[in-house]
Design a protein around this ligand. Structure first.
Ligand code: F6P
Length: 551
């Protein structure tokens, strides 16, 4: 089935998915409000909390029976065994022969973690200490640029070597008291051009963040930054730091090993911000606040490992995802943080979820009997309300929404604005649930004086179908600890969904083909090679671009 996926409702035949399929058929259209009417304790029964986080999934049409069937999927997929294997350092990334141990990076209070019989924790903690010493030196001015104290840090990386630290640096602004941080990812020269504008090479630290140290975008931007610095600074390498698991390649750049922070291949790129890839964040907020972030992740790890499945936040978040996507067939989900400082969280989660669970074959190479993970997208509220919520409320497709909101903001003097923010968040999930019937819309328009056919026509435009599912995550206040909890919650959600789907969430072969073709297209674009063998569209586009170039 080239290019295709499972047909609609693919779950019917597969034994593991039969119950879900049957329940989805039976309950797809039932009224969520009816579930509340029948069970006054529904909110308590369909919400759970952990270390100050509250996860409410009562505004979905999951009932006790559906939840039991979803929990049975965890048992059928041996979630406890797979979870123990991940935390225990087994090579669960089977297509790359690697362990998956980003949890070790935040295992501050835990015991040994072994890979191939070796405890990795001494190395993890030593690197964390070295990062802390360097971050402190940059912040205090003990480490200087060739023109004095470091004023600006540029992190050059892409994907997992950019999205996490870039997102967290914005999220944790209230805690940022170090040099300014900038993030450059795109190979489009405009990105680095704009970032370098106004910076002084003599007081800028360049961090080259790349697990492989071969990613073409990052290496190209790093070279540009090096040349920029070499124009003014005698020894550019002295103002470069490298974050990578490829020590050979970092050595080729001549960066002093005191500023090279390594990590092992058992840290996946999109799970890497807990270690050296988080250096820019650590410089911005300081090592102690960075440790609080790690402690938040560690708290979620403990919860995930010990809480009963029905009270386990990552499990429940995953099961709502499975129900909405593989069960009811909703192909996308929106992540909607009511927190401006989480503006980049949807993009971060987009990579985490789509690169992890966007796979069409199971671990054993067989075709998935169900759809892969969903399209993940979003924007902070309330901005999204004035952009795309129209479709969420009245479009023909259902988009399950994942709201999140903090009880408190960081601006006590603007608490009235925070109240308005929370009111909007709750109002949106209420509106999605409740909708507005034709009778209600008709009454509203009749009160405005409309009658007859025009009343009917106008009223129909004002109907909200409602019964649209959402979940809400409530946290006390966006601190480093809470950010750590939220990110680890989503990481484990991805893990649970991946286990139920039976896929390898930790490779990313789907990014390779485009990379290979880009390398081959470069000499074709520059005219060194011909377009022979290319499809008509690609050849036509190359010809048009070449013809349109000046000179
Ligand atoms: O192309 C995808 C990818 O490999 C991501 O998985 C990764 O986060 C990103 O590229 C950057 O990779 P690196 O850190 O090796 O430069």
């Amino acid at each position: 089935m080239r290019g295709g996926g499972p047909a609609t409702h693919p779950t019917k035949e597969h034994p593991m998915w039969q119950d879900i399929s049957r329940l989805a058929d039976a309950h797809a259209d039932r009224a969520i409000l009816g579930l509340f009417a029948r069970d006054p304790g529904r909110f308590e029964a369909f919400s759970a909390s952990a270390d100050g986080l509250l996860f409410d999934y009562s505004k979905t049409n999951i009932c006790t029976e559906v939840r039991a069937a979803l929990l049975a999927l965890c048992t059928a997929a041996d979630l406890p065994g797979k979870r123990a294997a991940m935390f225990g350092g087994s090579k669960i990334n089977e297509t790359e022969g690697r362990a998956v141990l980003h949890t070790a990076l935040r295992n501050l209070d835990g015991g040994p973690v072994t890979v191939d019989g070796q405890d990795v924790m001494p190395g993890v903690l030593a690197t964390l200490d070295r990062m802390g010493q360097f971050a402190e030196a940059v912040r205090s001015g003990d480490y200087e640029g060739q023109g004095g104290r470091i004023t600006d840090v540029i992190n050059i990386g892409i994907g997992g070597s950019d999205l996490g630290p870039a997102m967290a640096e914005i999220a944790l602004q209230p805690f940022a008291d170090g040099p300014r941080c900038h993030f450059v990812s795109n190979v489009d020269g405009a990105h680095i051009h704009e970032a370098l504008k106004g910076l002084d090479p003599e007081t800028t630290l360049v961090i080259v963040a790349s697990k492989t140290f071969t990613t073409i975008e990052t290496m190209t931007n790093a070279r540009t930054a090096w040349d920029w610095m070499a124009g003014k600074v005698r020894e550019p390498g002295a103002q470069f730091a490298a974050l990578s698991s490829n020590q050979e390649k970092t050595a080729d750049w001549g960066i002093d090993t005191s500023r090279v922070f390594g990590f092992e291949d058992w840290v996946g790129g999109r799970y890497s911000m807990w270690g050296p890839i988080g250096l820019a964040v650590m410089i911005a907020i300081g090592p102690e606040a960075f440790r609080d972030f790690l402690r938040g992740g560690e708290a979620m790890d403990r919860h995930f490992q010990t809480a009963a499945p029905g009270q386990n936040l990552p499990v429940l978040l995953a099961l709502t995802g499975i129900w909405h996507n593989q069960g009811l067939g909703h192909a996308t989900r929106a992540v909607l943080p009511y927190e401006q400082r989480l503006a980049r969280l949807p993009a971060y989660l987009q990579q985490m979820e789509m690169e992890s669970n966007g796979k069409r074959v199971a671990m054993d190479g067989s075709d998935l009997p169900v759809h892969s993970g969903p399209v993940v997208w979003g924007e902070p509220g309330t901005n999204g309300q004035h952009a795309f919520y129209q479709l969420i409320h009245q479009g023909t497709r259902v988009v399950p929404c994942e709201f999140m909101v903090g009880i408190e903001g960081h601006e006590p003097e603007l608490s009235h604005q925070h109240d308005l923010l929370i009111a909007n968040c709750l109002a949106q999930s209420e509106a999605l649930l409740r909708g507005r019937s034709l009778e209600e819309a008709t009454a509203i328009m009749a009160a405005k004086g409309l009658e007859g056919a025009e009343l009917d026509r106008q009223a129909r435009h004002r109907v909200f179908p409602g019964n649209r599912p959402s979940t809400t995550l409530v946290y006390p206040k966006l601190t480093p600890f809470v950010l750590g909890q939220i990110l680890a919650l989503y990481e484990h959600r991805v893990f649970v969904e991946g286990v139920i789907l039976g896929i390898n969430s930790y490779d990313q072969w789907g990014v390779e083909l485009g990379k290979e073709l880009a390398v081959k297209l470069s000499p074709i674009l520059s005219g060194q090679e011909s377009t022979e063998g290319k499809d008509g569209s690609t050849a036509g586009l190359v010809a048009a671009i070449r013809a349109g170039r000046p000179g």
